[in-house]
Design a protein around this ligand. Structure first.
Ligand SMILES: [Mn+2]
Length: 333
């Protein structure tokens, strides 16, 4: 690559040397690594930069990543926004932070489809790319900026996580970025982060859930008693989708006056996002992709005859509602 590409020049033009840059994201491996890469890209271009995460670092893969690679990220709600002169957003767009009022960003770099238009001095949104980490790798590479080993490891992990281990939403550019990063990355750390999948308390929860599992044909259903944080439901769903011949998993529980159901799918012709929406979108909120989805129903949205404290009632209603929406898509022809 002969010269610095225009896009990178434009990115650098959005900042001045006296800037204190705040880099925001919702923490997942792609977002964390992208934020770290932007910090690297901006070193020498701004006076200082700080990474901050909106929401909490709960998922084990994120905790492992931050600890193993020593990524320094502050909680956004502990940040004094007035100390910063500019804000950048990575792996997300302003409208995805509705619940957390964030300052208007000058820089947005993302790979999600644009939902609502937004204003930013610099925006690079490429929905055809599998991970923001790929876009960031391209900037570093084309800017001839050395990628330190921990950052290369983080970016590899980001690309792998967002593309399901390079199996979904993957583009040529993701493969190229990954191939470029691989020799620079620390494989021991990469494996370590990938293998750390649940905590001891999650293990107890898995033990509690196993006797309650119901499998009917390709559908595995479990609804836990007692409040369970949604992040733990995610870990259960990710674990149980590994069972042979099962192609749809729904793991439900109640948490803070809501019913939460996490869906996972595998195999051809499976679309759990569609099942979730058909089952619950008119009642509560539901959405997702073919392989991963989630539904949330607040207690006030439940059918009148159901009370959130009536575990048996909720459990059978959730199961029934899912099963009656699992059939093949009705043809319009
Ligand atoms: Mn992403």
């Amino acid at each position: 690559m002969a010269r610095i590409p225009q896009q990178l020049k434009d990115l650098w033009k959005t900042v001045v040397p006296s800037d204190r840059l705040l880099i925001l994201m919702k923490p997942d491996p792609d977002a964390l690594s992208s934020a770290w890469a932007l910090k690297r890209l901006m070193s020498g271009k701004v006076q200082s930069s700080q990474i901050a995460h909106v929401g909490e670092i709960v998922r084990l893969e994120n905790r492992a990543m931050v600890q193993i690679l020593k990524i320094r990220s502050e909680r956004f709600d502990k940040i004094d926004v007035s100390l910063f002169s500019k804000v950048a957003l990575v792996d997300g767009q302003p409208d995805q932070f509705e619940n957390h009022p964030i300052p208007a960003p000058s820089i947005v770099i993302d790979h999600h489809p644009a939902v609502k238009p937004f204003e930013a001095e610099f925006a690079d949104v490429r929905p055809n790319i599998g991970a923001t980490a790929t876009i960031m790798t391209e900037y570093l590479y084309r800017g001839k900026i050395k990628i330190p080993r921990p950052l290369a490891t983080a970016l590899c992990f980001g690309i792998k996580t967002d593309t399901g281990g390079l199996t979904r939403s993957i583009s040529r550019k993701d493969v190229n970025a990954y191939a470029h990063l691989l020799p620079l990355a620390n494989m021991t750390h990469l494996r370590q982060m990938e293998h750390e999948q649940f905590s001891r308390s999650d293990l107890e929860l898995i033990g509690r859930a196993i006797p309650q599992i119901q499998v009917r044909k390709k559908f595995l259903f479990v609804f836990l008693d007692g409040p369970v944080p949604p992040d733990s439901l995610v870990i259960l769903a990710d674990t149980f989708i590994g069972l042979e011949k099962v192609s749809v998993v729904a793991v439900g529980g109640t948490y803070r006056n809501r019913v939460v159901v996490i869906f996972r799918g595998k195999g051809p012709r499976v679309n759990v996002g569609l099942i979730a929406r058909r089952a619950f979108d008119l009642i509560g909120s539901a959405g997702g992709h073919k392989m991963a989805a989630r539904a949330e129903i607040r207690s006030v949205e439940l059918p009148e005859e159901l009370d959130i404290a009536d575990l048996e009632g909720i459990r059978s209603w959730v199961k029934r509602t899912i099963q009656s929406n699992m059939g093949p898509r009705k043809s319009n022809k």
